[in-house]
Design a binder for this molecule. Structure first.
Ligand SMILES: N[C@@H](CCC(=O)N[C@@H](CS)C(=O)NCC(=O)O)C(=O)O
Length: 209
């Protein structure tokens, strides 16, 4: 299996971490999305990473489909709970974390335009999604205090929810580290991030400035 990815994509990082946590061997192929010969389009008509290319040539996208596939490749250490109630909780955390990434990526793309072409209102709207998403996740994480042995997002157990939130935080730190002070504004998320950074899967997939 081959994963097409870019180094700083938070969605692709989520997939890389799930593969590492599940000890599933995946060949990593870093791509440049703007390159004329970028292979992503052949496998995903949307031209987005991540894409998982299977041995029979079939391909899977987006990240939510890929993580579900990988999680079910091996029965051990499920990152998506089998129980429906727990599963939808985990997937909601993931949806919010990914949604924050969507707003952050959209902001970045707008800010890359020349100053006269940037839409300040659009940027403000996207950044307010980022902030309100972080506020909600930070509050929800506060409610997990004392559930299980660690303060993981759902039911005191490490899951895809923690991975998705950790990847989102890594991306925000990379792109908006100077404007979002996690420790001061969202201390529960900061604590989660510090815990996650002790895991080899997170340490080995850090975004690069
Ligand atoms: N919902 C998708 C989002 C994927 C996505 O937006 N990837 C970005 C990189 S961070 C991308 O490939 N952008 C290229 C484009 O939009 O053309 C997922 O979870 O995989």
């Amino acid at each position: 299996m081959k994963l097409l990815y870019t180094i700083n994509s938070p969605y692709a990082r989520k997939v890389r971490i799930v593969a590492a946590e599940k000890h599933i061997e995946v060949t990593l192929e870093e791509v440049v999305l703007s390159a004329p010969d970028c292979p992503v389009k052949q496998h995903n008509p949307l031209g987005k990473v991540p894409v998982l290319v299977l041995p029979d040539g079939d391909s899977l996208y987006d990240s939510r489909v890929i993580v579900e596939y990988l999680d079910n490749r091996t029965p051990l250490a499920h990152l998506i709970p089998q129980d429906l109630n727990a599963k939808v909780k985990v997937r909601r955390w993931e949806a919010l974390a990914d949604g924050i990434c969507d707003a952050a990526v959209a902001t970045m793309q707008e800010q890359r335009k020349s100053a006269d072409k940037q839409d300040a209102e659009f940027i403000e709207r996207q950044m307010s999604k980022v902030k309100s998403g972080l506020k909600e996740l930070n509050e929800d994480l506060g409610k997990t205090e004392g559930v299980g042995k660690s303060n993981w997002c759902v039911n005191g157990t490490f899951s895809l929810a923690d991975i998705a939130v950790g990847c989102m935080l890594g991306y925000l730190n990379l792109r908006f580290g100077s404007v979002i002070n996690l420790a001061a504004e969202f201390p529960n998320l900061e604590r989660l991030q510090l815990t996650l950074l002790k895991r080899p899967s997170f340490k080995g997939s850090m975004p690069v400035a």
